[in-house]
Design a protein around this ligand. Structure first.
Ligand code: AKG
Ligand code: FE2
Length: 275
């Protein structure tokens, strides 16, 4: 059994930014109230996966993704912001968006937003990085004088009280300083083991894309619900499948969006490639 990760309830943005930069993750508790949590869970249960958008669905024990829609199935929905206003509203929740903008720039945007229902039987993921922007020799990566900017960070909105049985996210604090991705079945970095992210429903944890982490097995009888908002610097391209102009924004959601929300969806002021 893993130890629980240290969650620091910081009182200001600078401290949260420091945690994200130095530990690789930051804690933003009590982001959603009980009503908002229920709305998001209900909205996930109403989602039908769209094959062309690379949405995934899996029955318990399945090795391959299938087209079945039984309620205990696991689903992974891309472009969740486009499917329901409750997801759209996760674009720019206070404290989280301020942290994203401080870490990634005032002109940051989202590269995607995923909604997950992970049913009983969901297997362990391997320890991985979501993206390692600059591979470096170990001694360079760990040198405190070397400061790699954050290029991508994901905010996890947890919609359950997380227990070890439900399958917490596991992370190795500080492992964004590895300068590489973990080898298959590598479980430790620099003598440090993975730790469990045990949070309450409505809490957010944001982590930079190079931290070693994984989702773990759901050994409970309940489904685990999660929304992931993937923020990036302006210079990283957005991923909204299907590609080649086949993705279409929901016009009603756009019509009611604020300028900041539009920018987060890619409507940048800068007209050219660079300026
Ligand atoms: O389920 C989780 O907690 C983490 C998921 C994850 O890391 C991923 O899908 O890349
Ligand atoms: Fe991941």
């Amino acid at each position: 059994m893993s130890e629980n990760i240290l969650l620091r309830d910081r009182q200001n943005l600078n401290d949260r930014l420091h945690d994200l930069e130095e530990s690789g993750y930051a804690y933003v508790p009590n982001m959603l109230n009980a009503n908002e949590i229920m709305e998001l869970r209900d909205a996930i249960d109403c989602l039908t996966p769209i094959a062309e958008a690379n949405d995934l669905i899996r029955d318990p024990g399945d090795e391959v993704w299938s087209g079945n829609t039984r309620s205990e199935t696991s689903i992974h929905i891309k472009n969740a912001f486009n499917r329901d206003r409750v997801f759209f509203n996760c674009l720019d929740r206070p404290r989280v968006i301020e942290l994203a903008e401080a870490a990634l720039g005032e002109d940051c945007h989202i590269i995607g937003m995923s909604a997950w229902r992970s049913g009983p039987g969901r297997p362990d993921q391997h320890l991985h990085v979501d993206w390692s922007p600059i591979p470096l020799p170990a001694d360079v990566a760990i040198n405190p004088r070397v400061k790699i900017p954050i290029f991508i960070a994901t905010a996890h909105y947890y919609l359950n009280d997380i227990t070890e049985e439900l399958g917490p996210t596991k992370m190795i604090p500080g492992s964004h300083r590895a300068g590489r991705t973990p080898e298959e079945n590598e479980m430790e970095w620099n003598g440090a083991k993975e730790q469990s992210v045990i949070v309450n429903a409505g809490d957010v944890v944001m982590f930079r894309s190079e931290i070693w982490h994984r989702g773990s097995a759901n050994n409970s009888t309940k489904s685990r619900y999660l929304v992931q908002v993937h923020y990036s610097s302006r210079w990283i391209s957005q991923r909204m499948p299907p590609y080649l102009n086949k993705f279409a924004f929901d016009e009603t959601l756009l019509a009611n969006a604020t300028p900041r929300q539009l920018r987060l969806l890619g409507d940048h002021i800068v007209p050219g490639a660079y300026t």
